[in-house]
Design a protein around this ligand. Structure first.
Ligand code: DX5
Ligand code: ZN
Length: 226
């Protein structure tokens, strides 16, 4: 898979929140494809992060799609609030959701795009029945909850498996990975079949600036998958 079709989705979890608008504008100028917003409630994952007011503020300053990664116990309860704030699409976890099909269809009824997320310990097979209904699959390459974690290489065979499943059942569906993406791991994920890379600390934590960090990631993908 070539670099031209790989999309970068900066995760603002590691942004400087005192300069959030500026930083999002910078990644937009640097060619980000979408903005990844990590929502955590301290229950579904052992961390809390941000809610709909952040989406509402960002909606005013960027044209990029605001993709909302729902790491919360009851995503259904908050969908309307995030839609009103300006979320364009939702990533909802398979884990802990006994009514995933209903959640996905609620999102679609709200006129938004739906993606399904699986954690590192969850097998690809659970995606088979929901895949026709979603636009995106996100394979977590770390356990969700925190930035700055190391990429789990054990997820690579699963990424390959999900890619095959997508080609068979839902060609055109995005395959994203999230967690531990850097110059070393991005080419591995792309070679395994990912076409969307969510990246937080490698972009917003870079001392050379977010634009340079994104360029380095793109170069690493080209070099690593040539
Ligand atoms: C982790 C979040 C990620 C996080 C990735 O639970 O879902 O989106 O921001 O951060 P890095 O890129 O630092 O692993
Ligand atoms: Zn995320």
């Amino acid at each position: 898979m070539g670099n031209d079709v790989v999309k970068l989705a900066p995760s603002i979890l590691d942004a400087d929140f005192a300069r959030l608008g500026e930083q999002v504008a910078e990644v937009e100028r640097a060619g980000a494809d979408r903005i990844h917003v990590d929502v955590m409630d301290g229950h579904f994952v052992p961390n809390i992060s941000m809610g709909a007011p952040i989406v509402q503020s960002l909606r005013r300053i960027t044209r990029l799609a605001l993709v909302t990664h729902m790491m919360i116990s009851d995503p259904d309860f908050f969908l309307e609030e995030f839609v009103e704030a300006g979320s364009d699409s939702f990533l909802v976890h398979w884990e802990g959701n006994n009514n995933l099909h209903r959640t996905v269809h609620r999102i679609k009824a709200l006129g938004k795009r739906a993606g399904v997320v699986i954690n590192p310990a969850t097998p690809a097979a659970v995606l088979e029945e929901i895949l026709p209904d979603v636009d995106q699959v996100l394979v977590m390459t770390v356990d969700p909850g925190f930035g700055h974690q190391a990429f789990l290489h054990t997820t690579l065979p699963k990424i390959r498996c999900v890619r095959q499943m997508i080609e068979r059942i839902k060609p055109g569906c995005d395959l994203a990975v999230d967690g531990g993406i850097n110059e070393a791991t991005a080419p591995l994920a792309v070679a395994a079949g990912a076409n969307v890379l969510v990246a937080g600390s490698v972009i917003f934590g870079s001392s050379e600036g977010v634009g340079a960090a994104m360029e380095q990631l793109r170069t690493a993908i080209i070099d690593g998958t040539r």
